[in-house]
Design a protein around this ligand. Structure first.
Ligand code: LLP
Length: 384
């Protein structure tokens, strides 16, 4: 089955462009909210997945907070009206101006990734006469069993404070006067379809928390990051991820202390399925051993297949003819500009509209201008 696209309305729009189904976005947000509310969990949307202003404003209307990884993302969240008290700032390389922006805006929390960073935040906060709230991002050494480019919770990854440095940073903390430790932060990786690693994370987080309690350190919040995967193969059947099962794992396996808040930072699971990249067939090219469909979209608009060998379902919105097997490629002058190899697509002709599905997360935001291409426009189901 193909998705339900207003194909007639697409006819006059210059391709390639991003199309967002705002009903699906709202339904997904509600599903996440309802599942999280069962346990009183808080959601900060990971802005990195999609910072389109309209998408951000719909998410902000829902009352979610924002998880940012740069000064630019903090600014995008502020522009979309997220309250500063619901903005967290993570990232392994925060520049001074970015830390200063967070301090000036009195954001909720800096997720600190190293001893060196904690010292700089303390120094910059002191200069401003402020106390910065910080959480330690701990590298929990949990294998997320996902693509190696999007695994983050292993010793070999650059992210987080390693467990063997925890005591050292806690000792340092007691000597710093302009930072206050309010939480712990974890993020083990992205696009996890097997929930077991989250269970391991809960056990690890409980152990770490127990150690800290022994040192008389009580943390107001624990942040389990993002990572819940989506079904790229069946975007229609599984258009909304199973948030119920996801949050239940944490409720079952993580021991919340009285008065403690539990936070999450989902990105992909909230916005992934509501977006598609819409493109047109420029040429059907008969090679000697293969047939190619050459699209007017390339990795400049959707880099995931080239970068991570990611699968995106591809649909011909203008053809019901019997499928033929094609390599589906873009116009960029690089062999890696290929969306799918040996893919069965309804027989294609020049001008056919093609949808690359499940592109709402890490699609538009990762677009670039290589080959002097224009950044793609975006359109929304409720305003088209
Ligand atoms: N929190 C932190 C600290 C993160 O690093 C990330 C994602 C998230 C939350 C949100 O994770 P999500 O719920 O979206 O899995 N560009 C890649 C994905 C990179 C993810 C980076 N960190 C892709 O296209 O698959």
């Amino acid at each position: 089955m193909k998705g339900s696209f207003p194909v007639e309305k697409f006819k006059d729009i210059q391709t390639p462009f991003y199309y967002y189904d705002t009903d699906l976005l709202r339904n997904t947000l509600s599903a996440a909210e309802n599942a999280a509310n069962k346990y009183g969990y808080h959601i900060h949307y990971a802005v990195k997945a999609n910072a389109n202003p309209r998408i951000l404003s719909i998410i902000r209307e829902k009352g979610f907070g924002a998880d940012c990884v740069s000064g630019g993302e903090i600014q995008a969240a502020l522009d979309a009206g997220f309250p500063t008290s619901k903005i967290v700032f993570a990232g392994v390389g925060k520049a001074d101006w970015e830390i200063n922006l967070g301090l000036e805006k009195d954001i909720f929390c800096f997720n600190v990734e190293s001893i060196a960073e904690l010292e700089v935040i303390n120094e910059l906060a002191q200069k401003k006469g402020k106390i910065a709230s910080v959480a330690f991002r701990i590298n929990p050494e949990v294998n997320a069993n996902t693509h190696h480019h999007i695994t983050t919770g292993l010793k070999e990854n650059k992210f987080g404070i390693n467990l063997d440095q925890l005591n050292k940073i806690i000792d340092l903390l007691s000597t710093l006067t302009s930072v206050k430790l309010i939480g712990l932060h974890f993020h083990i990786g992205s696009q996890l379809t097997d929930l077991e690693p989250f269970q391991v994370l809960c056990t690890r987080a409980t152990e770490i928390q127990d150690q800290l309690v022994k040192k008389k350190i009580f943390l107001e919040h624990i942040n389990f990051g993002g990572g819940l995967g989506i079904d790229y193969t069946h975007p229609n059947k599984n258009s909304i991820p199973n948030f119920e099962d996801y949050f239940k794992i944490f409720n079952t396996h993580f021991k919340v202390l009285p008065g403690q808040q539990v936070h999450f930072e989902p990105g992909r699971s909230l916005v992934g399925q509501c977006g598609s990249l819409i493109s047109r067939v420029l040429y059907v090219k008969e090679g000697t051993i293969k047939k190619f469909v050459v699209l007017d979209a390339g990795f400049t608009e959707l880099i995931r297949p080239a970068f991570y060998e990611a699968y995106h379902k591809i649909e011909n919105l203008d053809s019901e003819a019997l499928p033929e097997t094609y390599d589906i490629v873009g116009p960029i002058c690089e062999s890696s500009d290929c969306f799918a190899k040996q893919f069965d697509l309804n027989k294609a002709r020049r001008g056919d509209l093609i949808a690359l599905r499940s592109a709402g997360a890490y699609g538009e935001i990762m677009a670039c201008q290589y080959n002097c291409r224009k950044l793609p426009q975006s359109y929304f189901s409720d305003t088209l």
